[in-house]
Design a protein around this ligand. Structure first.
Ligand SMILES: *Cc1c(COP(=O)(O)O)cnc(C)c1O
Length: 461
């Protein structure tokens, strides 16, 4: 099947576009080499302050748990912990990293569909609340709490069964609705399974159900869909509150950011493409997080949850625009049917290649021709889907050696990067005039250290 060459318009993020100091990025690329991640601590602080201010304006106590999996860079975690927020962790090693970065254990939650006995024991030991997302966790936690001679608070994860994204392509919508109903995280609001698990928790003398947890998806840009999906969660919370007296309703993260575009088309669009059709990409709305939180705050009050804290677990929204990835054009290939730019950074450092997600790209380092052309942009890996964009408008005179900056790369880049074919890149943090290498580039020797039988075994959580 031939791929329809279609120009993807990346959403323009004026806040992100205007304020990066590109001369500085060029300078850093010159001294540290490419590809290189640059973290701007000022941008991170700004996002943190904006979120905390939005929460402060609400009518109830609020809590923020930063999603450590979104970016586990210690420098970044320390910075966010410094704003007083807690952490959301989904594994034992993330818990260790979160506590080492200064997130307070009593302001931290342990989530995720799999938690080993060792991980649950660590959570109990540190006083980190567990949001239950597996049946076996109930009995294990009861046993651990009894052994510690304590009653511990737990939450339970609930899912709405409703889609969080939409498209003008009805086949996409059908698939999204089916996937939402089959979602394996949490238990559906109103279901017999959820009621059964709540009963089992209630029967445990050392467990106290004090929180409802939901996390719906990532990069949610449709605020109305998010509000609609939260409604059954909030209703379930209201019912549980009458029996258990909840302390917290946690709506999770997933707040979408501008500047990133995900493909939202289904098989129908693909068929149409095969017939020569060129569908226009759907408009991407921009999520108004303060507006969403205000709406949830109000709804909680209406449902009789006036005294219950509202918690959220943003990852991407806090960190996405604080990082940029500077890459270099290594090859320019003109084929009869395509014009490729091949960069030195691909799926190894930009793990969203392969998924069709497109980030804003800005050429740096010289003045470019005003005329633009449709380019296909790829990473360097011998892997078919290592593609940054099937078709994107960039200056016509792009050439080998040019720097290309990929924006909004703070989320799911470092932690998901890998050493398939090429090693992982360094992170340089800038903070006002200061600059610091906060994560060095991986070497081949780093990769093969694991094959050394004399190497120190890694520590368990
Ligand atoms: C990944 C995750 C988050 C953060 O999601 P973002 O899309 O980065 O905001 C929050 N909560 C849980 C449970 C998660 O797994």
């Amino acid at each position: 099947m031939s791929r329809t060459a279609r120009t993807v318009q990346t959403a323009q993020d004026t806040r992100a576009a205007a304020e990066w100091d590109y001369d500085r990025l060029v300078d850093i690329a010159g001294r540290h080499g490419t590809p290189v991640h640059v973290l701007d601590a000022g941008r991170l602080d700004r996002a943190a302050r904006e979120l905390l201010a939005a929460l402060d304006s609400l009518s109830r106590p609020t809590r923020v748990y930063y999603s450590v999996k979104t970016n586990y860079l210690p420098y970044l975690c320390r910075r966010l912990a410094g704003h007083g927020m807690g952490a959301d962790v989904v594994s034992g090693y993330e818990l260790d990293a979160a506590l080492a970065a200064g997130f307070r254990p009593e302001a931290t939650v342990f989530n995720g569909p799999v938690k080993t006995e060792e991980e649950l024991a660590a959570a109990v030991r540190h006083g980190v609340r567990v949001n239950i997302d597996g049946e076996q966790e109930i009995e294990t936690l009861e046993r651990l709490a009894a052994a510690a001679g304590r009653t511990i608070e737990v939450g339970i994860r609930i899912s709405p069964g409703l889609p969080l994204s939409t498209s003008s392509d009805p086949s996409y919508r059908t698939l999204a609705e089916r996937a939402a109903r089959r979602n394996r995280f949490g238990w559906p609001a109103g279901s017999a399974q959820l009621a059964g698990l709540v009963e089992r928790i209630a029967a445990c003398p050392h467990l106290s159900l004090t929180a409802v947890h939901a996390h719906l998806s990532s990069q949610i840009v449709h605020q109305d869909l998010m509000a609609a999906a939260l409604e059954p969660i909030l209703r379930e919370a209201a019912a549980l509150h009458r029996t258990f007296g909840l302390r917290e309703v946690n709506i999770g993260g997933g707040f979408g950011v501008p500047g990133i575009r995900r493909p939202r088309t289904g098989p129908l669009t693909a068929l149409w493409g095969m017939q020569g059709g060129t569908p226009l990409p759907d408009e991407e709305p921009v999520m108004d997080v303060a507006g969403l939180l205000t709406g949830v705050d109000k709804r909680l009050g209406e449902l009789g949850l006036a005294d219950v804290a509202l918690a959220c677990e943003p990852g991407r929204w806090l960190v996405s625009d604080a990082m940029a990835l500077v890459t270099r054009v290594m090859s320019r290939k003109e084929l009869p049917d395509a014009r490729w730019l091949i960069l030195d950074g691909g799926n190894n450092v930009a793990p969203w290649t392969g998924s069709g997600e497109v980030h804003r790209m800005v050429p740096l380092g010289r003045s470019y021709a005003p005329a633009s052309a449709a380019w296909s942009v790829a990473g360097p890996l011998c892997y078919e889907n290592d593609i940054h964009a099937a078709s994107v408008e960039l200056p016509e005179d792009m050439r080998v050696g040019d720097l290309l900056c990929l924006h909004d790369t703070g989320a799911y880049s470092l932690g998901r990067s890998n050493n398939f074919i090429r090693t992982r890149a360094a992170v340089v943090a800038v903070d006002g005039d200061r600059e610091e290498l906060v994560w060095r580039a991986e070497t081949g020797a780093d990769v093969f250290r694991l094959a050394d039988p004399g190497a120190r075994p890694s520590e368990s959580p």
